[in-house]
Design a protein around this ligand. Structure first.
Ligand SMILES: [Zn+2]
Length: 175
């Protein structure tokens, strides 16, 4: 269960965070909370850094947050025409994942917000695939098993462009 304390800790762990962020998120106005969320999200998260380290150790070179690609993917491999997103389970709504727990308070604020995140992610993946990019999503919770993540990434990067995506293999199967 994510509590207000979770956000307080998150906020406190950041370098340039204002003192106002260190109070419970529940005490913030929706505007201030949006600001706080943007700040949390715009920073390099630990899961993202873990994935970068993994991929770097595998010998691949990548570009970060390419602004001209839909969703500014966390890692882009232009030569391979592939992108990789590292998604926090809460913000991006990982289904059937313990970290996705919806906050018990102010659900009327959080539910639409998290839903919009998911819709935006879906749209970005669609746009990327339409433009011929391979897309892989690594979820924060999967990093508990870095070896498995590394294997998945390697499979993804070594597969030919346009082959079925490890994320949604079913979508490329005949109906
Ligand atoms: Zn998850």
């Amino acid at each position: 269960m994510l509590t207000a304390g979770y956000y307080t800790d998150l906020a406190a762990s950041m370098d340039h965070v204002s003192a106002r962020l260190q109070v419970s998120m529940d005490n913030l106005s929706p505007e201030d909370r949006s600001k706080a969320m943007r700040r949390v999200r715009s920073r390099d998260t630990t899961p993202e850094l873990s994935v970068r380290r993994l991929v770097h150790a595998m010998g691949y070179r990548y570009r970060l947050h390419v602004a001209t690609l839909p969703g500014r993917p966390d890692l882009a491999f232009p030569r391979l025409r592939k992108v990789l997103f590292v998604h926090g389970c809460f913000w991006h709504g990982h289904r059937r994942c313990g970290k996705q727990t919806t906050p018990s308070s102010r659900r009327e604020y959080w539910l639409p917000k998290l839903d919009r995140n998911k819709q935006r992610d879906r749209r970005n993946r669609r746009l990327l695939r339409k433009a011929g990019w391979g897309v892989l999503v690594v979820w924060e919770c999967q990093l508990k098993n870095p070896e498995a993540v590394a294997r998945r990434i390697r499979r993804f990067l070594e597969s030919p462009v346009g082959s079925s995506s490890p994320l949604l293999p079913a979508q490329n199967l005949p109906a």
